[in-house]
Design a protein around this ligand. Structure first.
Ligand code: NAG
Ligand code: NAG
Ligand code: NAG
Ligand code: NAG
Length: 368
């Protein structure tokens, strides 16, 4: 007999394997699987951005836990940023249709956070501005770049004589050069976008000021500079969130990736490698390419021994089964200890996501 825990991702995978034999059609199987991974449809990235190096770092650290901190591995804590979380998304700027405007150079930024589910708690949001050149130096001596970030104002109605639209300054900072990459803490803004359900985006302004006079614009060709900055500027928002229901207490990582192969019909964990390309997911799952998921199979015969990790109930059930094989089934061989994995993938909007999934690997089986 097979029992399903449909809220478990692993059960989703197991269900897919079993349903193959039950003749369930492919699309139903696949949508069950995707649902258990928190996705509505199968992503098909159109113009996927490169995976940010910070996500590779977090992913690799989870794959190969540091020997310096054994046992300190907590799936719902992101060590790199020192915040709670089990999902990390990198949103690409979608405000690119509006080109950079001159005088002062300004650019609209927009990040669509609506993919965050209601149960997710946003624990961090960080804006990253990347400049293509290693640095832009301010045009004159004593001059600096002034970078201002505003919440975008609501769109003005054309019929009314427009008062200057109200926009709120979030931060203002000066830089002697615009470095390769600048990071800004937008955690509060990200939270507001979610709770007030009104995300109008941001306005980024870059100007030059300093000794040469506050009105000094960007050199002799402000327009050119702005066009240049637009083509050399990429904005993205890294968001960490925590889905409480999917967090279990920290515990030890599985000790080995494989279970010994011993011919036996008794209940135990069997090796099963799930390859994401076998299920046709290789174009949106970035890493891993597959993993050792394992499964439980075997008899739970009378008399049950302690090796079979049986409960008192299971022991009684085998006794009744031995007396009445027709009326009472044997106990089931089921997972009793599962461990998590992390998956790096593109979601339905080409954002890069690193998500931690509980209960993806069978570590131990038992008769229940
Ligand atoms: C944000 O994404 C959702 C789908 O997740 C979509 O329905 C919505 O229209 C998007 N909003 C904007 C302003 O693009
Ligand atoms: C911006 O992103 C595009 C697309 O991923 C990439 O080709 C380009 O090199 C990036 N530019 C910078 C300045 O990082
Ligand atoms: C970022 O901002 C949030 C909310 O204002 C604050 O709680 C958090 O400590 C800040 N993080 C850093 C690294 O400064
Ligand atoms: C949870 C538990 O009791 N696990 C045990 C199941 O059986 C194996 C094999 O005897 C033990 O190693 C586990 O500790």
């Amino acid at each position: 007999p097979v029992r399903f825990h449909r809220d478990l991702a692993h059960a989703g995978l197991f269900w897919a394997l079993v349903s193959r034999t039950l003749g369930m059609d492919l699309s139903t199987r696949e949508s069950l699987l995707l649902k258990s991974l928190g996705l509505s449809t199968k992503p098909s990235p159109r113009s996927p951005a490169p995976v940010p190096s910070v996500l590779w770092r977090v992913f690799q650290k989870r794959e190969i836990p540091s020997p310096l901190s054994p046992g300190r591995e907590d799936a719902c804590w992101v060590e790199e940023f020192n915040v709670p979380g089990n999902i990390i998304r990198v949103f690409n700027d979608q405000g690119t249709e509006t080109p950079m405007q001159a005088s002062p150079c300004s650019k609209r930024l927009y990040f669509n956070l609506s993919v965050l589910e209601d149960g997710e708690q946003l624990t961090m949001a960080q804006l990253q501005l990347q400049f293509g050149h290693n640095s832009y130096r301010a045009p004159g001596p004593g001059q600096v770049f002034e970078l201002r970030l505003y919440r975008a104002p609501p769109p003005s109605l054309r019929e009314l004589p427009s008062p200057p639209p109200s926009r709120r300054l979030l931060l203002a900072q000066s830089f002697v050069q615009l470095h390769k990459s600048l990071l800004f803490n937008l955690t509060q803004v990200g939270r507001d976008w979610r709770t007030q359900s009104r995300n109008l985006g941001l306005v980024l302004e870059i100007s030059v000021s300093g000794r040469a006079g506050s009105s000094a614009l960007l050199g002799r060709h402000p327009g050119n500079f702005c066009a240049g900055v637009d083509s050399f500027l990429n904005a993205s928002l890294l968001v960490v969130s925590l889905q409480l229901g999917q967090c279990k207490a920290a515990r030890k990582k599985r000790s080995s990736y494989y279970t010994p192969v011993m011919p036996s019909s008794l209940c135990k964990s069997r090796r099963l490698y799930i390859s994401f390309s076998d299920v046709g997911w290789e174009n949106w799952i970035i890493a891993p390419q597959g993993y050792m998921a394992n499964y439980c199979l075997g008899e739970c015969p009378f008399p049950l021994t302690t090796e079979l990790n049986s409960t008192n109930h299971a022991i009684l059930q085998t006794m009744v089964h031995s007396l009445d094989p027709e009326g009472t089934p044997q106990p089931c061989c089921v997972p009793i200890r599962l461990s998590p994995i992390s998956v790096l993938f593109y979601d339905n909007h080409d954002n890069v996501v690193l998500r931690h999934y509980e209960d993806m690997v069978v570590d131990e089986c038992g008769c229940r």
